[in-house]
Design a protein around this ligand. Sequence first.
Ligand code: ZN
Ligand code: MN
Length: 129
Amino acid sequence: MLNQSRHSRQREAILALLRSTKLHPTADWLFSELKKEFPNIGLATIYRNLKFFEEQGLVIKIDVGDGFDHYDADTSDHYHFFCDSCRKVIDLDMPPLQFGEVLPDGFSSEHHQLVFFGKCKNCKLELCS
Ligand code: ZN
Ligand code: MN
């Protein structure tokens, strides 16, 4: 749109890109993809917007212990699998577990995250390159 600011166009592009992928990308991945459309975009802009989306509840941040924050625009209850072999963060198609009832007395949880580790289906079959 003509009268849209550069910043809001970049913000929309970051969110659209996140919504278009199942890769659970890092800020660096988003940065290298978005540079194609916005050659002047900075990594700080990516981080600032990711923080904003997270605060707005539009994306979730996933820590799989690989040293990178991964981002997911799918905020529904779902679990992830981190493959030690291909290093992919994969959505698991399984029903949400009911952890609420197993929390110790006095604790109440609003949400939870769960990551499984091991070898993904493809790597087990040695299909990953
Ligand atoms: Zn794998
Ligand atoms: Mn996911």
